[in-house]
Structure formats: C-alpha cells, structure tokens
Ligand binder design. Structure first.
Ligand code: MN
Length: 294
C-alpha cells in the first residue's frame, strides 16, 4: 500500500542580493532563482501587511529547487547581501533576555544611562522601525557617533504563518526560519524605539535558514567579533524566554504576520563600535556575516 506521506523538501538557505535578486545558497555558492518571484500574486494598493515571499514560501519551495537546477553558482563573496526579508510588517525585539546581560546592564551606567533596566518578564518587548533594516552588504552607518553605539548579536526568528494568541506548545509551528540579527543601539536616555531605529540599525543576514534546519533554536551558539576580537560568545540555551515563549508573548499582544521578525535578545558582552570597524557575527546552523561600520 502506498503511504500518503507529506512531501518533504530539503532545508533551504535563501538570500537576497545585488539588485534584489533571490538566491538559493548551497555549499558551492549562490544560485539565482529570481524567476520564481514572478509567481507571487500581484498586489494592489493597499498592500498586505506581510512579506509576500515568506507568506508563499511553502508553495514556492519546489519551484525554487527547480529554478536552481539550471543556475550556475555565484561565489558568495562576490555578491552584495541584502536583508533576506524585503518587507517585514514589524520587527519585534526582546530587551533583556539573557541573565548575564541583565547583570552587565545594571552594572554599567554606559549601558543603562539611568533607565530602568528590568528583565523581560517585566519589561515585555518593543518594536524597531522596519526602515532600520539592512543586509550585511550594506553595512551600518552610525549616527551620533559622538555617543556610544553598541553591537548586539541576536538570534532572529522569522514568522511564517499568521498567528494570534499562540501557545508556546504550538509556537514553533509558526516559524518560517531564522537569521542572524544585529540590534544596533545608541546608548542614552531616550526610548529604545528611538535609539535602536536609525536607518541601518537592524541588520539581518546572511540568509534566511528555513526552520527545518534549526530543529531546536534553544540550542545554538552565537558570537560576534569586532576587528577580529571576540566580544559576545554565548548560547541560546541561556535565553530567559526561549523562542516559543517569545512567540506566545508577542502573539498575545500583536497579530503576527508572515515575515514579522522577533529579535530574541542579546547576551553579555555588548560593546561599542566606531566607523571603520568590521563586525563578524556567527550563529551555529545559520552561518556567518561580515558587516562594516561606517
Ligand atoms: Mn537587543
């Protein structure tokens, strides 16, 4: 008897590069699969609140694989990587979600600036402007460079399905995939939404890794170096609220749409960057991205 197993596609790494090309990332390079974008439904004003590619990713996966078969691999170093997400409806972020980062933030006036720093159960979450989003190839352009501007490396979760009041038990079923996130931050007294939302202060990359490639997002190492020196070197097993709990929490306040991003919080070791610095952020099972500071 023939079994009726669901069709399973191999895990994918998808990038956006150069002039808004869509790429499938493989061991030997990036294959241009932009032709599948013409399969996305035509939209008219008002535009949907979701990211169209993420919303239709499941049905496009076989077509992406098909398009990749005829494409020549491009060397990843030769392309300019953009944010893998073009149009996220919102970027949600967790403020203090690692215990050791809470301790360093409380101990360092250069981080807390007299602001009330509380752990996430009290502080909840906040939003970053979608206009702050760039990819690694675009770099971070500091504003107010007379003030302390810090790197914060974070596991970024990309929502794949419309979700509202999701329980933690079902939350991972709403995830399309993961990226490396940088939540760049000007330290100072103002609201987070102001200090963390200048243009280029949210970096996502180097690609979107589909959720099947990261079976347990609570079990990956993350790190960042600046000019080759390690600054943050931590593990998502130390998250206070894990990915499933963050989705539960966020979806109790907002409807989550495909393409919405949750930045899960940064571990200890945040520190300043200056123009000319080069950050390299790495997360296990996702990859590594190089981001220049201007
Ligand atoms: Mn952060």
């Amino acid at each position: 008897m023939q079994s009726l197993m669901p069709i399973e596609y191999a895990a994918m790494k998808l990038c956006r590069f150069d002039d808004n090309r869509l790429g499938l990332v493989g061991e030997d390079g990036i294959r241009d699969v932009s032709a599948v974008l013409s399969r996305l439904p035509a939209v008219t004003y008002p535009f949907p609140r979701h990211d169209a590619l993420v919303a239709h990713l499941a049905e496009l996966r076989p077509q992406i694989e098909h398009a990749a078969r005829g494409a020549k691999p491009l060397a990843a170093e030769r392309v300019r990587l953009l944010s893998p997400l073009a149009n996220p409806g919102k970027i949600i972020a967790a403020p203090v979600n690692y215990k050791k980062h809470l301790e360093e933030a409380l101990a360092d006036k250069g981080i807390h600036h007299g602001n009330l720093v509380q752990e996430i159960h009290k502080a909840g979450m906040f939003l970053k402007a979608t206009s702050s989003l760039v990819g690694p190839g675009e770099g971070v352009k500091l504003v107010h460079s007379d003030r302390r501007n810090d790197h914060e490396v974070e596991l970024a979760v990309v929502i794949g399905a419309r979700a509202r009041n999701v329980s933690a038990a079902e939350a991972l079923g709403c995830v399309a995939g993961y990226c490396i996130g940088l939540d760049m931050t000007i330290r100072g007294p103002e609201e987070r939404s102001l200090r963390k939302s200048p243009d280029s202060y949210t970096v996502l990359g180097p690609w979107l890794v589909t959720a099947d490639e990261v079976p347990d997002p609570g079990n990956v190492a993350l790190r960042i170096t600046v000019n080759g020196a390690t600054r943050q070197d931590a593990h998502t097993s130390d998250l206070i609220l894990g990915v499933a709990q963050l989705i539960e929490w966020a979806s109790a306040f907002y409807t989550l749409h495909p393409g919405d991003v949750i930045l899960t919080g940064t571990p200890q070791g945040v520190g300043p960057v200056r123009p000319g610095d080069v950050m390299v952020a790495t997360i296990e099972r996702i990859g590594s991205m190089r981001v220049a500071v201007q």
